[in-house]
Ligand binder design. Structure first.
Ligand code: MG
Length: 338
């Protein structure tokens, strides 16, 4: 891990220093790690930065720091409220999960979706502090391409939990929990779209789940990249407090010659994940209780039709994706009239 930590520290050292940025030394397991955070970050985000250099998952970390009491156990607390100093060292207690099966019995937490008002969405998206968080994340997060971006293709970004897979039900074989028509959907989409999978869980879980479902080595489509929780940013809303979201600007900044707000669409069962790019998100109906719903769920089939119907449109952000079902009906009627 020492090599990775120095690489991460080196990346952080070249990023522009702003007034409210703090460089923290974190002691863990006999070594010291450097993380750079800023006052607008939450404790949850600090834990993610520590995860990047130590591989200890945020939920496994316990942070200790002089004179801050229990505030460090509240993931939504802002670091600016903790009066951290570069001169004092933080101690982290936690263990790396070498055994992936720990995660299988302890799947990601479920947080129900909530609606944000239109004004609030615009405010969050345009807030300078959030744009700055995004810029920092762009500098810090490396996207590893599994397959090259393809010229002239649009981009489809997919969530996993409850979108492609019911991660809360149990089954002897994970295939039983896969949303129906997943491979047919990905095969059809691949003709017009590059595919990136972005989950709010960690990369081990993403690779394990997608591998088990046969998504990573399918003969009929290729996945361009996998993204995990470390690529997300935390934003604050007046009515809902702090929450994490998936800013597509991170992908657009890494591959500006291929992807932009004009050619990207993202499917997620949590609408708040789109808050930094509301025009590019489609809130998919969650796939829950796989055993009961496996026989009837046709969401991916209908969404295939939608994806292909809009593939010729120059600017995908000009369409209201919440109307996707009536768009499908209209295009069906148009075809019958031709
Ligand atoms: Mg989900």
């Amino acid at each position: 891990m020492a090599g990775e930590s120095s690489a991460a520290a080196a990346t952080l050292a070249v990023s522009p220093v702003t007034e409210e940025e703090i460089t923290l030394t974190v002691k863990w397991s006999g070594k010291e790690y450097t993380v750079r955070v800023c006052g607008d970050d939450t404790v949850g985000e600090l834990k993610r930065r520590i995860c990047e250099v130590t591989n200890v998952l945020p939920k496994r970390q316990k942070l200790l720091y002089p004179k801050v009491g229990s505030k460090l156990s509240d993931d939504s607390a802002l670091l600016s409220q903790l009066s951290l100093k570069s001169s004092l060292k933080m101690t982290m207690i936690g263990t790396v999960e070498d055994d992936i099966y720990v995660d299988l019995v302890d799947p990601p937490e479920v947080v129900d979706d909530f609606e944000l008002g239109q004004d609030e969405v615009i405010e969050i998206k345009d807030k300078e502090v959030n744009k700055q968080k995004l810029r920092r994340r762009i500098e810090q997060y490396k996207i590893v391409l599994r397959n090259p971006c393809r010229e002239g293709k649009k981009l489809l970004v997919l969530d996993i939990d409850y979108t492609l897979f019911d991660h809360r039900s149990s089954a002897e074989n994970p295939i039983e929990l896969m949303r129906p028509y997943l491979h047919e959907f990905l095969t059809a989409a691949y003709a017009e779209y590059d595919i990136i999978i972005w989950s709010a869980t960690n990369m081990k879980w993403v690779e394990l789940k997608m591998g088990q479902l046969g998504v990573l080595d399918h003969p009929n489509y290729k996945i361009t990249a996998l993204l995990d929780h470390l690529a997300m940013i935390t934003v604050q809303s007046d009515t809902r407090g702090v929450f994490d979201c998936k800013p597509l600007g991170l992908i657009w900044a890494h591959f500006p010659e291929f992807y932009s707000s004009k050619n990207t669409i993202m499917f997620d069962d949590l609408r708040r994940n789109f808050v930094m790019n509301p025009q590019n998100g489609l809130a998919i109906k969650p796939f829950r209780k796989a055993h009961a719903n496996r026989g009837t769920d046709e969401e991916l089939l209908k969404l295939t039709q939608y994806l292909l119907a809009i593939a010729d449109i120059d600017d995908l952000s000009s369409i209201d994706h919440s109307d996707w079902e009536s768009f499908n009906e209209d295009s069906y009627k148009r075809r019958r009239q031709e």
